[in-house]
Design a protein around this ligand. Structure first.
Ligand SMILES: *Cc1c(COP(=O)(O)O)cnc(C)c1O
Length: 394
């Protein structure tokens, strides 16, 4: 029997699909019943309040998606065209794109080997050795551009080691914008991700910790920045009656229907976190028995949201590389995915600046994210691990 016939007799195991089993129907129906469907409505305010409370930030502004939240965050932080912003090299591309939308340029920071997050040592090296202060502003010596902000991206659910990055930001007067999309619900030193830097951003796309179909949010403790974000995301209206606009704004507001779904999803976040943690623990125990399959390490300095459980494949010991393992699993209807191409290698960012030693690339060669929907059954997890074990030195 070929792999192909095996596959067709089994239920596919998806990578990460949403769970819509709470009050989503009820709240969305409420929007439709009352015809409050668009970007004004009680659910938008409620969703913002719920998330602000959940992460312990004073203000929250909902946006159409996570990318627009990041773009808005950069604008309210005062990032201007031709400024530079440090961002994780090993990340989904959205934060880098948001930097370009603001007219600024990304400087890509390598990952550290232990937990695969932005390496604080590389941030230190860049700021201390490759930059200089002139008249109170920090300039990149090589490009002569002003350095304004840092976007640590908490990837896969794990926290970035923020303390050294926050200390550097303070020393060099840089704004810290956390991209906390994948770490919604996780903590760093007891504090919720997204509420620790100056601004935190989240995405609620289909496969994130919670989903609104598409949506995003930014949080901050600064009232003036929150006001500015609200203004910019609603076309910068100075006088809504006479249609006077004080700036070139954006139509970035989330709709009431999506916010209604967000409220219902956020009610479930603790349950999701618990289920994800259980799945991760189960994988880590089972993978430990397979030579060359390295379980996802857990940082001691915080908690993880375990958004995408990811293993490393050591091709020599395992007897197969990550690409081939992925292919084998796919023929058995098991959906997995690699990490993102490191952004300094992306055709979208030719000639970009990179600070590091190539850890992101090494991780990209070896990492494979495994099925980890909150609804993943124990039997399905066993099937996945069994399929991986069968590939080991096969
Ligand atoms: C998904 C994601 C985004 C982008 O969010 P969208 O809602 O798709 O615009 C940004 N940052 C990270 C880390 C993400 O995982």
């Amino acid at each position: 029997m070929s792999d192909q016939t095996l596959a067709s007799s089994e239920q596919p195991i998806p990578l990460c699909v949403p769970d819509v089993s709470g009050n989503e129907w009820q709240y969305v129906k409420d929007c439709l019943d009352t015809a409050w469907v668009s970007s004004v409505g009680a659910y938008v305010d409620r969703f913002e309040q719920m998330l602000a409370e959940r992460v312990g930030s004073r203000h929250a502004v909902a946006t159409v998606n996570g990318t627009s939240a990041l773009h808005t965050a950069l604008l309210i932080a005062g990032v201007e065209p031709d400024d530079e912003v440090l961002v994780s090299a090993l990340s989904f591309i959205a934060p880098a794109n948001a930097i370009r939308y603001a007219g600024a340029w990304p400087v890509f920071i390598d990952a550290e080997e232990n937990f695969w997050q932005m390496d604080p040592q590389c941030v230190t090296d860049f700021l201390e050795r490759q930059c200089e202060s002139v008249a109170g502003a920090l300039y990149n010596r090589q490009t002569r551009r002003r350095v304004r902000a840092i976007i640590p991206v908490h990837i896969l659910g794990h926290p970035v080691d923020l303390a050294p990055i926050l200390a550097l930001a303070k020393r060099f007067d840089l704004v810290v914008i956390e991209d906390a999309t994948e770490g919604l619900g996780a903590n760093y030193a007891g504090q919720p991700l997204g509420s620790i830097g100056d601004i935190g951003c989240y995405s609620f796309n289909g496969n994130k910790m919670i989903t609104t179909g598409g949506g995003g949010m930014l949080v901050t403790n600064r009232e003036d920045w929150a006001d500015r974000a609200r203004y910019l995301t609603t076309q910068a209206k100075d006088d809504p009656v006479e249609y006077i606009h004080g700036a070139v704004g954006f139509n970035y507001r989330l709709t009431n229907i999506q916010a209604a779904m967000g409220c219902a999803q956020l009610e479930q976040l603790d349950r999701y976190l618990q289920l994800k943690k259980g799945i991760a623990a189960d994988y880590s125990i089972k993978l430990a028995a397979i030579p060359g399959a390295m379980a996802m390490p857990e940082p001691g300095y915080g908690t993880s949201a375990w958004w995408l459980y990811t293993m490393l494949v050591d091709a020599d010991t395992f007897g197969m590389d990550r690409k081939n393992l992925m292919q084998k699993l796919s023929t058995q209807n098991i959906q997995t995915r690699p990490l993102w191409q490191p952004l300094h290698k992306s055709p979208a960012y030719p000639g970009s600046q990179f600070v590091g030693e190539g850890v992101a690339e090494k991780l990209n060669d070896r990492a494979l994210s495994l099925p980890c929907s909150v609804g993943l059954q124990k039997e399905q997890l066993k099937t996945v691990v069994g399929a991986i074990a069968a590939c080991c030195n096969s």
